[in-house]
Design a protein around this ligand. Structure first.
Ligand code: PHE
Length: 337
């Protein structure tokens, strides 16, 4: 019987060492009610009184040894399974990641913000006006008489006889002066509309930035100083500006303003078509009729106004030769700026 117990122990331990699953089946096989150890113990009745405790002790030792082996082997298998799972789930943090594609602001928006920053730096406030505008603000109050060619349906999108899509940001001048008494120092960026066919330099929708300053003793010198500082900030410290006489119904005197070519510095190149100068905006001293219409006394107050096309600035700054590229939203183009 001793021999048998020894065999059971050896076999069980060997089987457990080799087992990589189903330990429970082995437990039942060796230690279960119908197991091999139990079978041996059943035969104990036939033993002598001296032998019984010896064999009993031995059987207990065998059981304890097998139980211990079961516990250990189960722990080993569990650890191995855990290791395998961890290995399978391993993340290699050194593998280069997939970089998400990141967009950026449209060049027009960027230019608008740059313009805003420059004028905010000079103490201007930003105001907005409606894109669907009354004839009164877009034309009448700006001293534009009924016969003026800008009022032609060829040039302007009408909604009714009295309501239209604003053709310029200048109506915001009037809306501002109606609401607020001088001192006034505002800029107003936004969309404007003209009934133009699309080509390299025209679009029925484009963007302007209006400026207006009204106070006591505002002169053309203030206008020049303001625009000069703006030009230097926008196009570089060496930039000069030049005023050419012009006509706008709502300013008197009026001027078209050029900046020295920022490509050749004014010598004349292909970019400025040999001129050395590039036209960028319209400006002038606010017409007394416009001030009067807003209940501002032109004997006491004076002001200047200017308006520039934001697209034009973007095209010039980035040497883009076709305005349509700004609206087509082709990422291959847009992502360059
Ligand atoms: N509104 C004018 C235009 O669209 C520009 C301008 C604004 C001129 C303000 C003078 C003063 O052409």
């Amino acid at each position: 019987m001793k021999e048998k117990l020894k065999n059971i122990k050896e076999q069980a331990l060997a089987a457990l060492s080799a087992a990589d699953a189903d330990i429970e089946a082995l437990r039942i096989k060796y230690l279960g009610k119908k197991g091999e150890l139990t079978a041996v113990l059943r035969g104990m009745g036939a033993l002598s009184a001296e032998e019984r405790p010896v064999i009993g002790q031995l059987a207990n030792d065998v059981r304890a040894a097998i139980e211990e082996k079961i516990t250990n082997r189960a722990a080993e298998l569990k650890a191995a399974a855990q290791d395998m799972k961890l290995a399978a789930e391993k993340v290699d943090v050194t593998v280069p990641g997939k970089e998400p594609r990141r967009g950026h602001l449209h060049p027009l928006t960027k230019a608008q913000r740059e313009l805003e920053d420059i004028f905010i730096g000079m103490g201007f406030e930003i105001v907005e006006g409606p894109e669907v505008e009354l004839d009164y603000y877009n034309f009448q109050a700006l001293n534009i008489p009924p016969e003026h060619p800008a009022r032609d349906t060829q040039d302007t999108f009408y909604i009714t006889d009295n309501i239209l899509l604003r053709s310029q940001t200048s109506p915001v001048q009037v809306r501002t002066m109606e609401k607020k008494h001088p001192p006034i120092r505002i800029i107003s960026p936004g969309r404007v509309y003209r009934s133009d066919a699309v080509d390299a330099t025209h679009s029925p929708l484009f963007h302007q930035l209006e400026g207006l300053v009204v106070d006591k003793n505002i002169t053309m010198g203030d206008l020049k100083g303001t625009l000069e500082l703006f030009a230097k900030r926008m196009f570089g410290e060496d930039t000069k500006i030049r005023f050419r006489p012009h006509h706008f119904p709502f300013t008197e005197p009026s001027a078209e303003v050029d900046v020295s070519c920022f490509k050749c510095g004014g010598k004349g190149c292909r970019f400025c078509k040999g001129e050395g100068w590039i036209e960028i905006l319209g400006a002038g001293m606010v017409h007394p009729n416009v001030l009067r219409g807003c209940d501002i006394d032109p004997e006491v107050y004076s002001g200047f106004a200017f308006g520039l096309g934001i697209e034009r600035i973007v095209l010039l700054k980035h040497h883009i030769d076709d305005m349509r590229l700004l609206y087509e939203n082709d990422v291959r183009f847009i992502k360059q700026f």
